[in-house]
Design a protein around this ligand. Structure first.
Ligand code: AMP
Length: 414
């Protein structure tokens, strides 16, 4: 937990710096909402149950829908736009567990509500990069695509109309090349399929534009992407971490425009750490459309990536001070001193067991204390405390009223 909290702190700091506000919603939701969003088949993928009144509920498989339910049903809706919201919480999916894929896992995510301009997209992508920078994970690739480009590619190259693209989009989302070939066999000329699959290898926007200029709508999407990339450059984004990927499908129909995914290439099959894009969930809530851009990051998987790449944050679990009463007589002073040090926000282990100095210092080393305050009869009789720096071995005696001031530099040094 110390490790998880440390990563969480790092991520929170970035989210606050970008002025995102935290929202929290219940762990369970109405099943119907997820069915409206993702279709009836979603039941197979989530934990669903009836409560004692027969309501059909589920454990949330993700947090975008709950956050948007909160948004559309609360005063947030009338607040000035854009709204910057973030969440951090557990999600549940009825999946086959494997490395980096769990039935309960945590997501950190953001929703930028009311602005889907190229500038908004660029800020969100920059935030995604900054979040991983702060986490300590530098080996990442952020792939950016656009559904208008993918959908028109599918229509003009493979002859599959937008209304029939659902199953194919899901195969593309899984990068299941064999599945795509099987799905199209007999329907589309094999050469066209090969040509389509070559887009999976493209990483460059200009090359894609040349290979597939597409319709005016496609051109618009290319222009939007180019503008987003230019803005990202303005933030100082590292171009070596960015790729154009026209084959990002994101699986679900509510995504509308620009989409993106971020991977850690070292992770193998479960390498995707973050996914997002522009979406519109207003139809689920019978509300007026609200352009929104968001992303969700897999917190547990990020920890796996940090571990695999040797970049786990250092856990700061050291105790600042061990305060020990060496006998009954030292107890009141030890309690007073512990109170005073804890008031200063120091991490204090208080030992009132009255064991001798040697055992007290052993305890200090065992809990990795930076220093120790020892109060025996000899010290109490003279109104002093014995202080020992457990890192350097330095030992001094000071009046009990000066303990905090004398310890401060020892504690701060580590
Ligand atoms: P998604 O909501 O499916 O786009 O997921 C967003 C991110 O959450 C993914 O990129 C993963 O990093 C993470 N994630 C999704 N499913 C799981 C899972 N079953 N276990 C752990 N992490 C997951």
């Amino acid at each position: 937990m110390a490790l998880r909290r440390r990563l969480e702190d790092r991520l929170r700091r970035v989210l606050h710096a970008f002025n995102f506000r935290e929202v929290q919603t219940p762990t369970f939701e109405e099943l119907e909402l997820f069915e409206k969003k993702a279709g009836a088949g979603v039941r197979d993928e989530i934990y669903e149950f009836k409560d004692k009144s027969g309501r059909e509920l589920c454990l949330r498989p993700e947090l975008t829908l709950p956050v948007m339910r909160f948004y559309f049903g609360s005063q947030l809706k009338v607040e000035p736009k854009p709204l910057r919201l973030f969440y951090f919480g557990p999600c549940y999916r009825y999946d086959r567990p494997q490395a980096g894929r769990y039935r309960e896992f945590w997501q950190v995510g953001v929703e930028l509500v009311g602005d889907a301009s190229p500038e908004a997209h660029a800020e969100l992508l920059w935030l995604a990069l900054q979040v991983f920078e702060a986490s300590g994970l530098s080996k990442i690739v952020l792939r950016v695509g656009h559904l208008a480009i993918l959908r028109s590619l599918i229509e003009s190259m493979l002859g599959v109309l937008p209304t029939d693209q659902g199953p194919l989009m899901r195969l593309i989302d899984k990068k299941d090349l064999e599945g795509i070939k099987a799905h199209l066999a007999g329907r589309t000329d094999a050469k066209r399929v090969e040509e389509f699959l070559s887009f999976f290898e493209l990483g460059d926007l200009e090359a894609a534009k040349k290979a597939f200029p597409g319709s005016p709508r496609t051109q618009e999407a290319y222009d939007q992407l180019a503008r987003v990339m230019a803005r990202l450059d303005g933030f100082g984004a590292d171009a070596t971490k960015l790729r154009f990927d026209p084959t990002i499908a994101r699986g679900l129909e509510y995504y509308t425009g620009l989409v993106f995914e971020l991977d850690c290439p070292d992770l193998g099959a479960e390498k995707q750490l973050l996914g997002g894009g522009e979406y519109d969930l207003s139809a689920v809530f019978d509300a007026t459309p609200e352009p929104t851009v968001g992303f969700a990051l897999g917190f547990d998987r990020t920890l796996v990536a940090l571990e695999k790449t040797g970049k786990l944050p250092e856990v700061r679990d050291r105790v600042d001070v061990l305060v020990a009463a060496l006998s009954e007589k030292g107890t009141p002073a030890a309690q007073r001193i512990a109170n005073a040090l804890r008031e200063l926000d120091l991490r204090v282990e208080l030992d009132l067991s009255g064991r001798g100095p040697k055992r007290a210092l052993q305890r200090g080393s065992a809990v990795k204390a930076k220093c120790a305050v020892l109060l025996g009869e000899r010290e109490i009789d003279r109104g002093v405390a014995a202080l020992k720096n457990l890192d350097t071995g330095e030992q001094v005696e000071v009046p009990t009223s000066e303990v905090a001031a004398r310890l401060q530099p020892w504690v701060v040094a580590n």
